[in-house]
Each structure stands twice: as C-alpha cells, then as structure tokens.
Design a protein around this ligand. Structure first.
Ligand SMILES: [Zn+2]
Ligand SMILES: [Zn+2]
Length: 421
C-alpha cells in the first residue's frame, strides 16, 4: 500500500504554492518597510524552552506539543510557536549588546497536535514579528498597524480587531485571587478541564471555548477593572494612539491569549468567515519573557499571522489571488541536432532568468505545441531541420499566433527584448 502524509500535515502543491508565495512576498515587503529583519531558528528546541515560556498549565503544553526523546534521552519538541525560540536566540547570542532594540520577523511551519479541522492543521504556518527592547505603547500600536497594512495590501477586508490588556504580574496576582473566589462559587457549572485549572492556572479558564464555561466567564469580573496604575495608563495610551491613527478596534475584556507570557496589551484580528477558528492574526506585549529566559529585563511586543487562515479567508472573499509573473518560453525542436542546438539557446535564456521548457519525452511537434499551450507559454521557439539549414528559428507569440524568423544567434537577445517590453 502506498504511504500517505501524516494526518494533519498537508502537502502544498504547485498551483497552490503560488498563493503562498503571494502572501509571503506581500508580507515580506511590508515587514522590510517597517524595519524588521528576518530570523530563522531551528524547528526543534529543548522542550523546557516552551514549558518555561508558554506555561505548563496552558493547552499548548499540556495537550498539543509534539515532544519526543532523542537517542541521548534529551527531551525535544517541534516548535508550537516562534516567540520563545526567537527570544532564546536573542538571549543566547547576546543580541541586546550587538543591536540594542531589535525587530525580527519569521516565516515558517509550527506544530501542534490538535484535532485537524478547517483552518487548523498539525503542521501550520505563521508569519510573525518580535520587537525586543522597548516598553513604549507606540510599539504595541505599530505592531497592530503593521497587520492592518499587510491585510490592506492583500485586500483582505471585513475583519475585526479585538483589544485587551492582561496587565502585569502584579495586577494579575490580585485579579487571579478575585477570579478564583468568584469562579469557585460556580464550580459545578465548569467543564472538568476548567475545574482543574481553578487551582493550576485560573487565568486560563477565560480561554475555554465551551458554552457552559463561557456563560459563567461572561459574568465574571474583568481584569480591566483591576489593572494597576502603570498598566491602566499604558492601555489608555495604546487606545489613544490607535484612535489617532484611525484604527477601529473593539475592547474585549474577556480576550486572553492561550499563552502565559503576555503582559499588558493583547490583540486578535478575527474574521466572521472563519467560524470558531476565527483568528487571522494575534499578538501582544510580553515584558517579562526575555528576563525569564535568562536575558536582561526588556520590554517586547510581537504578532503572528495564521497563513492557512488568511489564504482561506481570501478564497472565501472571492479574492482572485494575483499570480506572480511567471511568463515562459517553450522550445520546440524536431530531431536530435535541433535539440542540441536548441539547448544552447535554452541555457542562455535560463541564465537570464527566463523560465523555459523543452521536451524530455520524445513528443511530436504537434504535442510539443499542445504542451506549450497547456503551460501557458508566452512564446514558442521552433527549431527543425529546415531552420537549422537556414540558421534561423521561428519565434511565435502564442496569444496572437504571429510568427517571425529570427537568426539563431539573435534569438535569446530577441526574446529578452520582448520580455522586457
Ligand atoms: Zn500592572
Ligand atoms: Zn471549560
């Protein structure tokens, strides 16, 4: 029996890859413009990195990690997200000394062993940023504005920005106590998971998507009412700056992200077309993570875009994803001698980065032309015995059918000229 891909891990085939490239290149252009530099970290990390940063009592750590021991008994995990690895690299290479304030972006696969469903696969892909070394609310806002600009470049409309503050450690300790007291009065209305979280990590109950728990959660006190002065001031500034930039958002006091490292600002970009898996992008501030991972005390803020979800949304909005320019030439040859002569032309064109095709299956003239048609080639160059004798080739434009004879020596030159026009 043939072997299939692992469940929840999908192949991305050539016609679809074009959409991915479009998303990546559009985002990359804006990320560069916003002063971010690309960073690439390994797929596999020490498991303790994620436990320490994301938090033991989160769903990601308790249920969704791809963890294994290697032959030396080291505990390793496929990265479920990329903030912790970037900070690990930042601390490991003392980048605070080298660069000071730094802006990084990444594009790549992440892994979580959830039940696969629309918009959620076990290998999924994210584009994200981490800006490290600032406590300024302007940075929180710029991260949100960057997302707005990326979605506008993609012509992705109809999303909503949800905004909240989860406070700092100090406000959270106070709030957790109040939350635990209030929730324990409704303990029998909570799901079993949430009952457990009441003692392990009460804050995570706010993440529960189960309807019964949601009913209880929506009657609970909200953290916004318990923020310390500093956190409250920061949140007010963030809202003012966003208002000034004419970014519309909704304050959602129940928004907490499923990771423990967030402090102060958290946000989500949601789209109604995505149903319950509705976050296109999300992020926030994490002012203690650098220090917790062994680095200096530095404020930081980041975001990540769910690439699968963005592509699904573009399709559901009926947005024609523009194909990257991929014009090509098919070199039709008749006979061995023509093939060899033709191949020299082909190589010359390829060195000029012009996409070219030739036959490798011994196809007839007619089926070579048919193949050129199915590949959507802009030009066909035909080289047969007669042409070789006259030292010319026939250059044919597929769309118009117009054809001219061109000297063999000049053919590459001529095609380059056409491609430039
Ligand atoms: Zn605070
Ligand atoms: Zn629950």
């Amino acid at each position: 029996m043939a072997i299939k891909a692992v469940r929840g891990m999908n192949d991305i085939l050539p016609p679809e890859v074009k959409n991915w490239r479009y998303l990546e290149e559009t985002s990359r252009r804006l990320l560069q413009a916003y002063g971010y530099s690309e960073i690439r970290t390994p797929i596999v990390e020490d498991t303790s990195l994620f436990i320490r940063s994301i938090g033991r009592a989160t769903d990601i750590i308790s249920k969704e990690m791809y963890s294994f021991s290697d032959s030396k008994g080291r505990n390793l995990s496929l990265r479920p997200e990329e903030t912790a690895p970037v900070i690990r690299a930042y601390v490991e290479h003392s980048l605070n000394k080298k660069f000071g304030f730094s802006k990084f972006y990444y594009i790549g696969p992440m892994f979580r062993s959830e039940r696969p469903q629309a918009g959620r696969s076990r290998q999924f892909h994210q584009i994200g940023t981490e800006a490290i070394g600032s406590y300024s609310p302007h940075l929180d806002c710029e991260t949100i504005i960057l997302l707005v600009d990326i979605f506008s470049a993609l012509k992705l409309t109809g999303y909503l920005i949800r905004l909240n503050s989860v406070g700092c450690k100090a406000c959270r300790i106070k709030f957790k106590k109040i939350l635990r007291n209030t929730l324990s009065r409704h303990i029998n209305l909570l799901c079993r998971d949430c009952q457990r979280k009441l003692t392990t990590n009460v804050f995570r109950i706010l993440d529960c998507k189960k309807q019964g728990c949601q009913m209880v959660i929506r009657r609970m006190p909200v953290i916004l009412d318990y923020l310390c002065r500093e956190c409250k001031g920061h949140f007010e500034k963030v809202k003012q700056i966003l208002d000034g930039a004419e970014i519309s958002y909704q304050t959602d006091p129940y928004l907490v992200r499923g990771l423990d490292y967030y402090t102060k600002t958290v946000f989500e970009f949601v789209h109604p077309s995505l149903g319950s898996q509705n976050a296109l992008a999300a992020g926030g501030r994490y002012d203690s993570l650098v220090n917790e991972l062994g680095g200096p005390s530095l404020g930081a803020c980041g975001m990540s875009i769910g690439m699968e979800r963005v592509l699904m949304t573009l399709v559901s909005l009926n947005k024609k994803i523009p194909a990257l320019k991929e014009e090509s030439v098919y070199l039709v040859t008749i006979g061995e001698k023509a093939y060899r002569e033709g191949y020299k032309i082909l190589r010359d064109l390829r060195k000029q980065n012009i996409r070219t095709h030739i036959d490798y299956e011994g196809k007839s003239l007619k089926s070579q032309l048919r193949r050129a048609g199915s590949l959507d080639c802009r030009y066909v160059v035909i080289l047969g015995e007669n042409e070789l004798k006259k030292e010319v080739a026939i250059l044919k434009e597929m769309k118009t059918g117009r054809q001219v004879e061109v000297e063999i020596d000049r053919i590459a030159e001529e095609i380059k000229r056409y491609f430039r026009s």
